[in-house]
Design a protein around this ligand. Structure first.
Ligand SMILES: CC(C)(COP(=O)(O)OP(=O)(O)OC[C@H]1O[C@@H](n2cnc3c(N)ncnc32)[C@H](O)[C@@H]1OP(=O)(O)O)[C@@H](O)C(=O)NCCC(=O)NCCS
Length: 465
């Protein structure tokens, strides 16, 4: 394991320097300044190339391999900031001052305890569910936390929160359908009453940002036959997540690596899950439904589910010596390799540049992760040599994240939920931004079916005709 925090920072800065070498001519967004709608763009299947909206939240440059959050490179953020600062940056638009950060952390602490949600979630067969299915359910159940009773200002702060012990959880809630239980967005963020106004979705965004991490950790524990652990208000976001998961306070280096991993997954342009969240928000549904849609979209193996597939693949290959034969067979069958390729990046994914060397160093101490890293490194070499320049296929974020998670004690089935825990920051930031100038999403499909069918009564239909 890496011994010092300075070593972690060093790894990040070296990765940043390597990335910088490949950025020639400076970063220039294809669309910048005042956009005149309608914009012209070439659209491919899957809306490839389509411009859905304007955004100041983040920028991905796929040809140069760069990723910015609100103008800051991820290399600087990973070297010098915490996940809480990055979440604030994404959702509020600027890095927080020390006072703003303290308030933000207090709000997150308050929202990290979600006893009612956990109690409701545990009435479902969580142990038999896919962790992402349980997380999606939990996210939607979180919507019920603020029933009329919970809106009562006497609701305790972080230190007074109700434990997840079944007996200490109040059973009573007011009848449903009260105005307080309605969460649709009715105002643009910041328009009236400032950030605390729940009608803007900002409060729900903070609630989800914090609560989803508690739910994800609880799901993992229940699936292992353990009781969920209450958050510790003394710990950071990253440390709390590992603590609620493993029941042990992480070391400062483990905490920092978790922090970096959370930062790296927080936002990534108009990806499938972010788009799903924004589409749902554009109907003025609510933040819980929007984030639930993000979780649903992230579940698939072409998106967030790829990191699980990578670990299965490395297990299947077994050893670095088997890589050439395994890769040749895969190529012969024209099959894709998990953790490689990206719709946007046609060069090295900058997130993989950081996670790769972190994985190498933290995998060293454990024989299992050490062997897996050796297999991954051999596979990376052969794929990049064969498909790198030829097809723009390089490792993506998912190729190394699983190894990092495994070394931090995160079980495989919690890899994608861990991605979601972080991506809530990006989903909510983009939803809040989009709602400032909301326009209901309504693309079209090109109809390619017939137009002249004659109706045949049921008793005269047969498949041949
Ligand atoms: C992410 C992904 C869906 C993006 O794909 P895309 O931009 O739509 O690219 P396409 O599927 O159109 O593939 C373009 C070419 O690259 C090849 N390719 C793409 N990803 C590949 C991979 N992982 N392994 C091998 N070849 C790959 C395709 O076979 C295709 O080759 P062809 O032109 O000879 O047919 C795709 O790379 C993939 O499925 N990767 C594996 C899953 C994964 O890691 N997902 C996480 C993304 S963060």
């Amino acid at each position: 394991m890496i011994k010092t925090l300075a070593r972690v920072t060093d790894i990040v800065l070296k990765a940043g320097a390597a990335a910088q070498k490949e950025i020639k001519g400076g970063l220039q967004p294809a669309f910048s300044g005042n956009v005149q709608w309608p914009v012209e763009c070439k659209v491919g299947p899957g809306l490839e190339g389509a411009i859905a909206c304007e955004s100041k939240v983040g920028y991905v440059n796929g040809s140069q391999g760069a990723l910015l959050y609100r103008g800051y490179t991820i290399f600087d953020l990973c070297a010098y900031a915490t996940f809480e600062e990055v979440a604030y940056l994404l959702t509020r638009g600027s890095l927080p001052t020390a006072t703003e950060l303290t308030t933000f952390k207090e709000q997150l602490n308050l929202f990290r305890s979600v006893p009612l949600t956990l109690r409701r979630l545990m009435s479902f067969p969580v142990e038999d569910m896919h962790a992402m299915a349980a997380l999606r359910l939990g996210t939607n159940l979180m919507r019920q936390e603020f029933t009329s009773r919970d809106l009562n200002p006497s609701r305790g702060g972080a230190r007074k929160v109700i434990g997840t012990d079944e007996d200490s959880i109040p059973m009573e809630t007011l009848p449903k359908g009260t105005p307080e239980a309605v969460y649709q967005f009715t105002r643009a963020p910041g328009a009236v009453n400032g950030e605390e106004d729940e009608q803007t979705g900002y409060r729900a965004a903070l609630h989800l940002l914090s609560g989803v991490s508690t739910i994800a950790a609880a799901i993992a524990r229940v699936k292992r036959g353990q009781m969920p652990i209450d958050p510790d208000p003394e710990l950071s976001f990253a440390a709390n997540y590992l603590y609620m998961l493993n029941g042990r306070r992480p070391t400062p280096v483990e905490e920092r690596i978790m922090d970096i991993s959370l930062i790296l997954h927080a936002d990534h342009g108009m990806n499938a899950s972010t788009f799903a969240a924004v589409v749902v928000a554009s109907t003025l549904s609510d933040m819980y439904a929007s984030v639930g849609a993000g979780v649903a979209a992230l579940t698939g193996p072409l998106h967030g589910g790829a990191n699980e597939d990578v670990m299965k693949m490395l297990d299947q290959i077994g050893d670095a010596a088997n890589v050439p034969q395994w890769f040749a067979a895969k190529q012969a069958r024209k099959e894709k390799i998990a953790g490689f390729g990206h719709r946007v990046y046609k060069t090295y994914d900058p997130r993989a540049r950081i996670l790769g060397p972190l994985a190498r160093e933290i995998a060293r101490d454990n024989p299992e992760t050490k062997r897996m890293y050796a297999t991954a490194a051999a596979l990376e070499k052969v794929v990049v040599t064969t498909l790198g320049k030829a097809k723009g296929i390089y490792p993506n974020v998912d190729f190394f994240s699983g190894l990092v998670y495994r070394a931090l004690g995160i079980p495989t089935e919690l890899f994608t939920p861990t991605f979601a825990v972080s991506r809530v920051a990006g989903w909510t930031a983009r939803v809040l931004e989009y709602l400032e100038h909301n326009r209901l999403f309504r693309p079209r499909a090109i109809y390619t079916g017939p137009t002249d069918c004659t109706f045949i009564p049921l008793n005269q239909r047969d498949r041949k005709s």
